[in-house]
Design a protein around this ligand. Sequence first.
Ligand SMILES: *Cc1c(COP(=O)(O)O)cnc(C)c1O
Length: 472
Amino acid sequence: MTENLFRSIPSVDELLKAIQDEPGVQSIPRTLLKDLVNTFLDQCRSDIRSGRIDVSSDLNVSSLVPRLLHHVRQKSRPNFRRVINATGVVVHTNLGRSLMAEPAVQAVDQACRWYSNLEFSLETGKRGSRYALVEDLLCRLTGAEAGLVVNNNAAAVLLMLDTLAAGKEVVVSRGQLVEIGGSFRIPDVMAKSGAVLKEVGATNRTHLYDYEQAIGENTGALLKAHTSNYRIIGFHKEVPLPELVKLGERYNLPVLEDLGSGNLFSFPSQTGLDEPTVQSVLKTGVSVVTFSGDKLLGGPQAGIILGRKEYIQPIKKNPLNRALRIDKMTLAGLEATLRLYLDPENAEKQVPTLSMICASPEQLKRKARRLASGLRSNLSHAFEVRTVSGASRVGGGASPEHDLPTTLIQLVPKKGIAVEALRDVLLQTDPPLVGRVEHDSLCLDPRTLQADELRQVGPVLEQALELLGRNQ
Ligand SMILES: *Cc1c(COP(=O)(O)O)cnc(C)c1O
């Protein structure tokens, strides 16, 4: 019986012929296509062995073609793909952090398409420096004396410590020895830089005298790190930066701060966000600060290092800098993003990270209701669709516990579809959609849905239903 089934399996050539004129198949390289048909046939054989296929009619070319096409399309598309973020986490590290503003996208496009003055001075006709392209802009926006940019903030912290404190002790509060997602840990980065960690205080409380007592002849710097992704509540004390700066001045030691997210924008009070701006941090007289380009700033992945000239100069000259350097696409995107901040109102409108965070609860409610009513008219056979108030998050380690009020669209599947199965199958749609499961429903947060994506949610849900039907 099983022997018969095995003999009914069509040949690779038969299947290739059957799908060759289907949309999208022509553009798949022939050798890849053949391999995919072979892996599909392997799957059929294993389905016969396991009893999933038990009648020979299931092995007709015409019955196999839809499944084969699905397999071929799934396996031949790019690995790195666009995703719809319906989680409401604005700076979602796993989903690519910030979306870039339109002028930044255009600048990246130009940098890719044409030659540029990346390291060429148009004033002298001689070699120029890529760092000079954004330094003046960063200084103007933040009040820093000097600055440079590298690949990301982890690189920025490494380079700063390597330059200013290699072989010396760096005093850090125990409450700030943080691990950021993706295995960035202050103690580990410090070890790699050759600086020696000198922990002071207790996890929940560190006093100025803790720092002072730790200062010795081998001390190289005092370091403050933003605790980004967690918050200590209750009996708790951190030394404010101005006091640390004073202490540093007294002992002639640089005071460094890893700001994590970094922020150039004063968020309107109704957002409830109290992330200090880089400008205000630099005003304290801190020697050097570092922060990310793609968190609250809303630009490309980058690490920004700003501070006093006497410290930035040696950082620029550190040979390690060459290994951590920023590429031309990033630099183009970063400059265009920073230019938007010259007019903060413009920045709020054009930098998607800022506009998503600043979206008002009323705007979000309207957006949610509009989407919900569209979904109800097309998909009420499959889902109960509700809108409820809920919370979004900034993400990226900024204000980890701070809820931004929003209106969620809740989808409750009918017909015995498990909500987890719906969530999982939505990762197979084109484009995939990432939502969150709460209270036995799939929740979509309009805050992180872009205007064009509102129209895509319905069709994507239909695709998901079709895939669920196929898998049953
Ligand atoms: C996010 C973060 C980092 C790492 O920044 P990347 O740009 O991801 O390299 C380092 N320190 C703090 C405090 C952070 O929040």
